[in-house]
Design a protein around this ligand. Structure first.
Ligand SMILES: Nc1ncnc2c1ncn2[C@@H]1O[C@H](COP(=O)(O)OP(=O)(O)O)[C@@H](O)[C@H]1O
Ligand SMILES: [Mg+2]
Length: 224
């Protein structure tokens, strides 16, 4: 489903290149659950952004469902972001003035879904994360764990086959973090392809496969 070959990403900072990724080769099959670990600055977020088509590599090949993403135009990439890939961030990235339901509705507004279908999907997505009773709450009226569940509902409302999560428990206490991990694992058990960046060894250790990055390269790829 995901095939990276010799992926490099350099950023130019002050006229000099910063090599965030230096030749990453990695394949992920549909339905896998992969933890991505590594020290701060090792390229984990850069890798996730490339996988999510939020960024393009400087070199190398990224095939998604058999299609070379370098050959795709902006319209096709935005369709992939809308329908194929959900993204969850450490700091939730919810819109503060919108309710939980309003946040979950946003991707469907961008996708042009009719109002009745949006309402139905909001109910289903918030139900799937156990938050239907909080549909009318704004982010500042929710706990951290609840905010992340809203973010997961928003990421999943278009029913993408892949979910990418960048330190999804990084701003949560251990109990709320565990609930988020269990929720993601349950979604993976029903077929979702799941890639989770974490530097929490306890969380990484739960995944059947762990890819370790250091200094922009894969230094270990372990299956349990
Ligand atoms: N937009 C950017 N511009 C310049 N340098 C960046 C940018 N994004 C990441 N980097 C650099 O790339 C390296 C890897 O960053 P990142 O992928 O965020 O690491 P991690 O998520 O593992 O902490 C770091 O040296 C970082 O400073
Ligand atoms: Mg990061």
């Amino acid at each position: 489903m995901i095939e990276l070959r010799d992926i490099a990403r350099a950023f130019i900072v002050g006229g000099r290149p910063v090599h965030a990724l230096r030749g990453v080769t990695l394949s992920v099959r549909a339905g896998e659950h992969v933890a991505i670990m590594g020290p701060s600055g090792s390229g984990k977020s850069t890798l996730l952004h490339l996988l999510g088509c939020l960024d393009r590599p400087t070199a190398g090949s990224y095939r998604l469902e058999g299609r070379e993403t370098a050959d795709l135009g902006e319209g096709e990439l935005s369709s992939i972001r809308r329908h194929k890939i959900g993204f969850v961030f450490q700091s939730f990235h919810l819109v503060p003035r919108l309710t939980a339901a309003g946040n979950v509705e946003l991707p469907m507004v961008f996708a042009g879904l009719p109002r009745a279908e949006r309402a139905e999907r909001i109910e289903r997505a918030l139900g799937a994360v156990g938050l239907q009773p909080r549909a009318g709450h704004r982010p500042d009226q929710l706990s951290g764990g609840e905010r992340q569940r809203v973010a997961i509902a928003r990421a999943m409302v278009m029913e993408p086959p892949i979910l990418l999560a960048d330190e999804p428990t990084g701003n949560l206490d251990s109990r709320a973090g565990l609930e988020i991990v269990e929720l993601l694992e349950a979604m993976n058990a029903s077929g979702l392809t799941l890639l989770v960046v974490t530097h929490d060894g306890g969380i990484g250790g739960r995944a059947p496969r762990c890819v370790r990055l250091a200094d922009g390269v894969v230094v270990a790829d372990e299956r349990r």
